[in-house]
Structures are given as structure tokens and as C-alpha cells.
Design a protein. Structure first.
Length: 405
């Protein structure tokens, strides 16, 4: 089937962002949430902490939000509500939500060509005219195509939400047992004074480095290719190593299943890049990665407890306060872990905790693998559907009511 082309501006409304005046900003939730750029982007929807009482440009629910400035040009999120658009983003809105979804898939397919319009600069900028005049395929079956692809995205989003719940449950267990000391049988344990306040009797106050190996020596042969993980392979908001490549050599951090990868450099640490390694085929396999990872390995705890502690605000704040170096390239000083004190539980409590929390992290990992498989299938289908190589005319697709209007 021959697919014609149309420019985005012919079939969509493009709203370029304009930053409101600084004095209209607030963190109290007054006005409209302000979206300045991808630092507020989530995996699907934005998460804004800044608001403005004098928005200059807005998007609506179901709009596509597109980054137009800097090194993150081309990143996309969906609007789950009205947002004020800062100068780093724009919104794109088709005639119906299904049209908007179709446009998003076309942009995803042709993103490389779109980014070339910025001139290949290190920090590219796209103008409203660049977007408006950019041609995309315009299939007569675009709603069907969007429905098929979004069905995959919906399944992935559902898995993402389930993973989030599992991670929140694990964090809640950690805080309940080891911060609030509401572990099973706590009613029968006496609380005593310590330098950290009231703690269960018999729980010794120790340094993190007495219970956790920090960047432990791990041998990796130079010969042959091994899994290599870069900083970009870590997520800001989940435990997973999203992808990896195979490389020869052994320069960098070394780790195995059960280790925690803790970003040492700004802004990666502040943005939440911390991973729990589960992706290696066996517990005897070793991988290596970025020199900007601090590897944390259990010494007297369990691996799940180390990861959840590394995710805690107290642990992260201690690390962030130790950062030193040039602005924009500050790094955590490993000596900070000697200054982090916590109440070390009995081994019986640690074992019980592992029994409770290990299934949660394993189930989250399984769901993440399912999402990765769905994403691969979706990515294989996308160009075939939009090009017409796979004809959807006679395929029965359940469409949203009113065509997604």
C-alpha cells in the first residue's frame, strides 16, 4: 500500500512553550503545574513540583509533550492533565487522541531525521516551524495502527504500575522494620536509648561499612566480551538495569547479581539512578560498567536490604552531602559511608526480611522482562505498520468510543 505524507502542522496544533515570570513560581501547588523540560519527565507522564500562577502557554490532557531544546531534544511524555509549558517543551495535539498517538508513533519512527533539522549541534534546538513543516506518513488506517501499537503500550504501562506497587511495598517493609522498628515480634522487644535515639535492645549501632562492602575487589578477565552497563542503562525511578552491551576489557566497576549500583556523580544520584543487579544469567557471572558506579555488596545483611537502604532518603542525603569537585561534575566521597550509622538487626530478623521482600523484587524483575519483550515486539511492528508493509485494513481492531475523540 502506498502511504502519502503530510506535514505535522497540517494535522495537528503545535504549542511552543514560553516560561512564565519567575516570581509566579511556587512549590505550594497554587496555579498550574509548570513543565520546563525533561527533568520533570517520568516513564510515561510528567511529575512536576513547581507551579505557576501566570501560565503563558498550556497543554491539555492527552497532548503529546515534546522536548525541543538541549541534549534531550526528542524526548516525549504524555500529558495526563493540564500543564504550563516552559520554553524547553512544546505540545502536539491531533484532531483526536488517537490522531495524537499516531503522530507520536510517526515521530518516534522518524526522530533521527527530525533531529537533523537542528543542524547537528551538541545542544540542538527545534523550532515550531521545524515541527510544523516536518513530513510524516499519513495512513488512512492511522487510528487502527495507533490502536494496535497503543495496546502494547497499555500492557507495558500496566506492568510499570504493578512494578511501582511492588517497589513501594518493598520500601514500606524496609521502613517499617528498620526505621520504625515494627518488625514481627517487636512488641516483645525492649527499646533502649542509643546515639540514634530509641532502638531495639541488642541491635548494635554500626557504620554502613561494617555491614556493606563498598566497591569490593572483584576480578574480571580482560579477555573475551562481558556485559557492560553504562550510566544511561539505569532508570531514574526503578531498580532495573534497562539494557547493556557486551564489551572486551575490564576497566570500570565490577559487580554480580545481588549487588547495588549507586551513582556517584551529580545529577545522576539526585535523579535516582540506583539499580539492583538481577540480569546476569547466574550468580557466578560478573559484569562491569561505568566508573561512576559505587558498588554496594552485602557483608552482614542481605542483598535486598542493602538495595533498599541505598534507596532511602537518609542514606542518599548522607552521600549527597559528601559530594565534592567542580560544579556539574561533583562526586560522592566513599568515606561518607563510614559516617552513616544504623541499627544492625539480628540475623534472624534479616533472614525473615529477605523471605518477605525477595519475592517482591523477583516479581518486579519478571514483569520488567515481560515489558521488555512487549517493547521489542512493538518496536518491530511500528515501522511495518506505518509503512503499510503490514496491511491492517481487514484486521478487526477494537477502537475507543468516538474514535478516541
Amino acid at each position: 500500500m502506498q502511504i502519502s505524507e503530510v506535514t505535522i502542522g497540517k494535522i495537528a496544533t503545535i504549542t511552543m512553550g514560553t516560561s512564565p515570570k519567575g516570581e509566579t513560581y511556587n512549590n505550594e501547588g497554587i496555579g498550574i503545574p509548570l513543565l520546563n523540560g525533561p527533568t520533570e519527565f517520568g516513564s510515561i507522564y510528567p511529575t512536576c513540583t513547581l507551579f505557576t500562577t501566570d501560565s503563558k502557554r498550556d497543554c491539555k490532557k492527552d497532548d503529546l509533550i515534546f522536548c525541543v531544546r538541549g541534549s534531550t531534544t526528542g524526548r516525549m511524555n504524555w500529558a495526563d492533565k493540564q500543564y504550563s509549558l516552559g520554553r524547553g517543551v512544546c505540545s502536539i495535539r491531533g484532531a483526536t487522541p488517537m490522531d495524537t498517538k499516531y503522530i507520536r508513533y510517526c515521530i518516534e519512527l522518524k526522530l533521527g531525521a527530525l533531529l537533523k533539522l537542528s543542524g547537528g549541534a551538541t545542544f540542538p534546538n527545534l523550532t515550531g516551524n521545524d515541527l510544523s513543516t516536518f513530513p510524516i506518513p499519513y495512513s488512512p488506517h492511522r487510528h487502527k495502527i495507533a490502536a494496535i501499537l497503543s495496546a502494547y503500550d497499555d500492557l507495558i504501562e500496566n506492568n510499570t504500575q504493578r512494578i511501582k506497587i511492588l517497589e513501594e511495598m518493598a520500601q514500606a517493609l524496609y521502613r517499617g522494620w528498620f526505621v520504625k522498628f515494627r518488625f514481627p515480634g517487636h512488641e516483645k522487644v525492649k527499646m533502649v536509648e542509643s546515639e540514634l535515639g530509641m532502638v531495639p535492645e541488642g541491635w548494635e549501632i554500626i557504620k554502613a561499612t561494617d555491614a556493606i562492602y563498598v566497591s569490593p575487589t572483584t576480578k574480571v578477565p580482560k579477555e573475551g566480551e562481558k556485559p557492560f552497563v553504562s550510566m544511561g542503562n539505569l532508570s531514574n525511578d526503578s531498580m532495573f538495569v534497562n539494557s547493556f552491551e557486551y564489551r572486551s576489557g575490564n576497566s570500570g566497576s565490577k559487580f554480580k547479581n545481588g549487588d547495588t549500583l549507586f551513582a556517584r556523580i551529580t545529577p545522576c544520584l539526585e535523579n535516582g539512578k540506583t539499580a539492583y543487579v538481577q540480569f546476569l544469567p547466574s550468580n557466578n557471572d560478573i559484569a562491569f560498567g561505568s566508573t561512576e558506579f559505587i558498588v554496594l555488596r552485602s557483608k552482614t545483611l542481605c542483598s535486598e536490604l542493602v538495595y533498599l537502604m541505598a534507596r532511602s532518603n537518609e542514606f542518599r542525603d548522607n552521600a549527597i552531602k559528601s559530594m565534592s569537585g567542580a560544579t556539574g561534575r561533583q562526586r560522592v566521597q566513599e568515606a561518607c559511608f563510614d559516617r552513616f550509622l544504623f541499627a544492625h538487626p539480628y540475623s534472624k530478623i534479616i533472614s525473615a526480611f529477605a523471605e518477605h521482600v525477595s519475592p517482591l523484587l523477583q516479581n518486579a524483575y519478571i514483569l520488567n522482562k515481560k515489558s521488555a519483550n512487549l517493547r521489542r515486539t512493538r518496536d518491530l511492528l511500528l515501522p511495518k505498520l506505518i509503512s503499510g508493509e503490514v496491511d491492517v485494513e481487514k484486521i478487526d481492531v477494537q477502537m475507543p468510543e468516538n474514535g478516541g475523540a
